[in-house]
Design a binder for this molecule. Sequence first.
Ligand code: URA
Length: 209
Amino acid sequence: MTKVHVFDHPLIQHKLTYIRDINTGTKEFRELVDEVATLMAYEITRDLPLKEVEVETPVCKATSKILAGKKLGIVPILRAGIGMVDGILNLIPAAKVGHIGLYRDPETLLPIEYYVKLPSDVSERDFILVDPMLATGGSAIEAVNSLKKRGAKNIKFMCLIAAPEGVKALTEAHPDVDVYIAALDEKLDEKGYIVPGLGDAGDRLFGTK
Ligand code: URA
């Protein structure tokens, strides 16, 4: 059964408000997405396994804990997912980074894979799949299919803003994938934008229109 985690930490919510704001320019938008991705990565890594080691402090010998060295992979869905990668790498710099590119078929409106590059040891890694917006869920579902097809067994999906429609679609299609979001918004509009959302995440990150 999927778990859906909404990160209501005050710092995340504060920064998200400025990310949503139409008056926030590209530079600041990018910086804020980066910061929120770091804060979300802090929360999402809570269950990383630890192991005990001996350490000598200036006072005495002690037993203390370090990360057990689980192999992690971060996979942004192109292109907007790229905006969240560096923020996550701030906390887990040894993670490998894969990429998945999808486009929407103009006739069927279904997402089609056009680019996939993943670390070679896919089946040994836990993955954090990232995309700032979970709208219809189509791209996220296809990206998880893509990871699973190549051997990924443990996948978490992380986004800034989700629509209820996207959460429902993703959790029904992939009940084993936990979903981590900063805000659950109201709905999708007729053009597929999340309401109230933040507009087009890719355009706002890269300054395109
Ligand atoms: N993708 C975006 O960038 N924004 C939305 O609101 C929905 C999908």
